[in-house]
Design a protein. Structure first.
Ligand code: DAH
Length: 338
């Protein structure tokens, strides 16, 4: 082995390293050449047989071999590692879950409008509509409401110039509809209402109601009870019942307030129903003959029932919303859960 052989060995090793395909191949070459039992220690051992004059040059050649191979090993390892890292970064990981576009949803108030009117539509009702800016006549007079009734108070109703007001109840649609449609009538009217209420956890100056009106020959209180019971089951669940408590409304006679048995505790008493087992849901009754008369219907020929309920209240009961203001703050993070 002379200096030329060592130079050749260096060149050959460097060429092989440059072509090494992976880290394992580089390591194998390192072990074979400069490793503890590799070619270099073997050649070092042979140094003692080299003539004294050639020893320094030979020693230097072996040192150069070691330095060159060590550098080439490190360089090749670094290059292979870098290449594998960038391959990983570019890789498309099929096991990752996809990214879905965020889906919007209907506001809880709209959901309840759709659900309640959907139930009545399936019972043969159609959806009717009236203006938010109403006349005093349709909002009060046509509903048999005396001129001195409390609900007409300036403190309760938003009056506008020219005998107009912001309707305080969807009941205002009743007379409008009857004036332009002969019986039979079967309508629900969802919509916005306005009252001069101070906003708190259960009151909002702007809220929604859904009104119902069914007029035909021989409509009875039993029809009202049966239809409301069906509605209660459809909306709240199969075990839910309704009960009537006598009440007074100017436009119905008799008038009732309707409670549903609590859907949370099945009437046992819980936080939602304030331990009573019942939840107040709506006002209802048999349409007063005088209301028919004013609308141009013959009270001897037809009878009918009417009802009205608050949409926000339904949403709060069904979704467990504790404060009506949450429905109007429009914080999407809050509303998205419903
Ligand atoms: N308009 C009533 C209110 O806002 C609710 C109501 C009660 C509507 C009885 C009706 C009814 O149609 O018959 O409190």
């Amino acid at each position: 082995m002379d200096i030329r052989d060592i130079e050749e060995l260096t060149e050959q090793t460097l060429a092989e390293l440059a072509g090494a395909a992976d880290l394992g191949a580089v390591e194998a070459l390192r072990v074979k050449t400069i490793g503890r039992n590799g070619r270099l220690p073997e050649l070092m051992k042979g140094l003692k047989d080299v003539p004294a004059a050639d020893k320094p040059a030979m020693g230097q050649a072996l040192n150069s071999f070691k330095t060159a191979v060590t550098a080439a090993v490190n360089e090749r390892k670094a290059a292979l590692e870098a290449a594998s890292k960038s391959a990983q970064a570019d890789a498309f990981d099929l096991s990752l879950p996809g990214r879905w576009p965020r889906r919007g949803r209907l506001h809880p108030i709209q959901q309840l409008i759709d659900r309640t009117s959907g139930i009545f539509r399936r019972m043969g009702f159609t959806v009717a509509d009236g203006p938010d800016v109403e006349t005093e006549y349709y909002n009060f007079d046509a509903l048999n409401t005396p001129a001195d009734h409390v609900s007409r108070d300036l403190a309760d109703t938003f009056y506008l110039p020219g005998g107009l007001l912001l309707r305080t109840q969807t009941s205002a649609v009743q007379a409008r509809y009857m004036e332009s449609h002969p019986p039979p009538v079967r309508i629900v009217c969802p919509g916005r209402c306005y009252r001069r209420d101070t906003t708190d956890a259960t009151h909002s100056a702007n809220f929604h109601q859904i009104e119902g009106l069914y007029v035909d020959e021989k409509v009875s209180l039993a029809d009202l009870k049966g239809d409301i019971d069906h509605f209660a089951r459809e909306l709240m669940g199969p075990g839910v019942k309704s009960r009537f408590r006598t009440h007074f409304f100017p436009f119905t006679e008799p008038s009732v307030e309707v409670d549903f048995s609590c859907h949370m505790c099945a009437g046992q008493g819980c936080r939602v129903c304030k331990q009573s087992g019942w939840i107040e849901i709506m006002g209802a009754g048999m349409v007063d003959p005088h209301v028919f008369q004013m609308a141009g219907y013959d009270p001897e020929a037809v009878t009918g029932y009417a009802f009205g309920m608050g949409i926000e209240r339904l949403a709060m009961i069904l979704f467990g919303i504790d404060d009506i203001r949450r429905l109007y703050e429009n914080d999407v993070r809050y509303l998205a859960q419903f």
